[in-house]
Design a protein around this ligand. Sequence first.
Ligand SMILES: NC(=O)c1ccc[n+]([C@@H]2O[C@H](COP(=O)([O-])OP(=O)(O)OC[C@H]3O[C@@H](n4cnc5c(N)ncnc54)[C@H](OP(=O)(O)O)[C@@H]3O)[C@@H](O)[C@H]2O)c1
Length: 298
Amino acid sequence: MSGPILVFGAEGQVGREVMAFAKARGIEVAGCNRAQADITNFSAVEAAIFTVKPRIVLNAAAYTAVDRAETEPEAAYAANVVGAELVARAAAAQRLPVIHISTDYVFDGTKIGAYVETDPIAPLGIYGRTKVEGEVRVQEQNPRHFILRTAWVYGRFGANFLKTILRLSREREELRIVADQYGCPTATQDLAEAIFAIDRAWTEGGSATGTYHFAGTGVTTWHDFASVIVEAQAQVTGQRLKVTPISTADYPTPARRPANSALNSNLFGAVFGYCAQTWQTRAQETVKMLLKDSRVET
Ligand SMILES: NC(=O)c1ccc[n+]([C@@H]2O[C@H](COP(=O)([O-])OP(=O)(O)OC[C@H]3O[C@@H](n4cnc5c(N)ncnc54)[C@H](OP(=O)(O)O)[C@@H]3O)[C@@H](O)[C@H]2O)c1
């Protein structure tokens, strides 16, 4: 199998990491941003696939504004359901596999312990509902699909929790952060590694298509995640601020979030041979890299 990995949504935080990391690794890659290929436009998606002639297609494009989705359900549906379907269909027409990224917010958070792939889905909000329907469309349209559910994504590019905490660390004396939601912070570097592992497995002739969980190793709360970020920046800047735990009830948001959306990534590790670093290691590395590069822009 020849040709590059074709990335839709190449300017999102995951898309940019995959593009940059692939180039650094010498992995052939081509990307389309929204202007080059809007995934809700079938002809544009088809044309990109026709022009690039990829070996595998990655859909990293999505509507990701969890709270705004509650008042913009059509926009969320367009990208997360229609767009997901069209990318999967256009890839299938060329007999190409599609890697589709989904989310821990497909679950309602009532499970004790980490979610496995076969657990019942029950999203709490519009974003989660559109992502569930997107998964179904991908499964229907393209038998060569890899659906990768991930969680709490952060990295050097785009807007994310880690970068917001770094910025607030410079502006505030105290942070009040939710301490009763549990999940697995996932670094974009680990996600890119997971995507390359799928690409390798497919290229080498494996056919382990299906739905997989892939997230950072370890489970934490937003409060403890913030505390590690604040401590890592304090080691560089010497400025330590207070991180106070609060409850979800103290921080109401338009969209309800699962109280526990920890993902069990064991199946992915067993099939593709890659496990993420612990979330603490990656968070510390990312803080140090961002402070060194002064690239904290959110
Ligand atoms: N961020 C998280 O914590 C998280 C957690 C779990 C799963 N995920 C999933 O991970 C994937 C990547 O998310 P991310 O964090 O990289 O999100 P992101 O930074 O918001 O990037 C999404 C990208 O998709 C683009 N896009 C939106 N609608 C499009 C359309 N119709 N056509 C083409 N491009 C479009 C956006 O472009 P514009 O900037 O022009 O809108 C943006 O560049 C998504 O599937 C998301 O659901 C994310």
